[in-house]
Design a protein around this ligand. Structure first.
Ligand SMILES: [Zn+2]
Ligand SMILES: [Zn+2]
Length: 319
């Protein structure tokens, strides 16, 4: 069993669909999805949107003497979630080891997406030149032990598919559902059952990082586009007994002031519950120290995989 210590989550990219750099966006940020998760000396990276570029630069600066080891979990192959990978500088050094994982049954599609975006039509350098990267590997359909993390997956409601991850350590539990549309809008007969599955998947997590691209009004004109909206996100957090909800995959048109307003609206919706509503800000670091559960006692179908040991530790202050 791992010793107890801090688990830190740093948002490297929070924007959905396309990078949105703008002077009015500087607080919540313009980079597309990438989240850095650390526990002990291990590094998990969630998605490879444009936010992964500066993470790579930071790793290179601090890890010059030692090989960089990390594990990248990819939710799906949509461009906003992989477009930073060609600019992830540690991936080009053969001394480094970056292991990439996708959900069971999704690996071939992910590998194709990574290769395709680096063909000469789109990019001058091929994926094969990223010699620090290994081919995409498959997570177990149940739970996969990655070092001191336990990773579970679920399939989300998103065109072309998207995988949600639940990451557990002895310090806390985090759910990452980057692209997901509420099931209620699908009109499917099993919508309620699917919604219950999602509720159980995120049950009791300390942090829920959830696609909340739209307000209720915006969503009414964008049903079927594959993204979430504020009332459903807050309700999911309440129903699942989540501690902190982080709105994520911010719409590219949304400026900081509008996101502040979304947070206030979400907090008003959560009154009477214990849910805390926030919006993910680029470079914000969240630290978890309390244990909800010992993940090593909850393992069902377990597939043990090695995990990279990060050669650097977070340098920013913890918030
Ligand atoms: Zn996306
Ligand atoms: Zn997507």
């Amino acid at each position: 069993m791992s010793e107890r210590g801090n688990m830190t989550i740093r948002f490297r990219g929070t924007r959905g669909s396309i990078p949105a750099p703008a002077s009015a966006n500087t607080r919540y940020g313009g980079n597309t999805p990438c989240v850095e998760v650390r526990y002990h000396d291990q590094l998990l990276i969630l998605d490879a949107g444009t936010g992964i570029r500066l993470l790579g630069d930071d790793l290179n600066k601090k890890g010059q003497a030692n090989p960089i080891e990390a594990t990248l979990l990819l939710s799906h192959g949509h461009w906003d979630h992989i477009q930073g990978l060609p600019f992830f500088s540690p991936g080009y050094s053969p001394k480094n080891r970056v292991t990439i994982f996708g959900a069971c049954g999704r690996v071939d599609q992910l590998q194709l997406a990574l290769v395709s975006q680096m063909t000469p039509l789109h990019f001058p350098v091929g994926l094969e030149q990223m010699r620090g990267l290994a081919k995409v590997r498959e997570l177990s359909p149940g739970a996969t032990k990655l070092g001191d993390f336990l990773v579970r997956t679920t399939q989300l409601n998103h065109p072309g598919g998207c995988t949600g991850f639940r990451i557990e350590s002895a310090a806390g539990h985090v759910a990452y559902l980057p692209d997901h549309e509420p099931y209620r809008s699908t009109g499917a007969q099993d919508a309620n059952a699917l919604q219950r599955e999602i509720v159980e998947f995120v049950r009791g997590v300390d942090l829920l990082i959830l696609d909340t691209q739209y307000s209720a009004e915006e969503y009414s004109c964008r049903i079927g586009w594959g993204h979430g909206c504020l009332p459903d996100s807050v309700q999911l957090g309440i129903d699942a007994g989540v501690r902190r909800l982080f709105l994520f995959h911010h719409d590219p048109t949304r400026d900081d002031q509008q996101l502040d307003h979304m947070v206030e609206t979400g907090r008003a919706m959560a009154i009477g519950s214990s849910l805390l509503v926030e919006a993910a800000s680029e470079n914000e670091i969240v630290s978890l120290t309390s244990a909800n559960a010992d993940p090593m006692t909850e393992i069902g179908m377990l597939q043990v995989q090695p995990i990279g040991r990060a050669s650097v530790t977070p340098s920013s202050s913890v918030s």
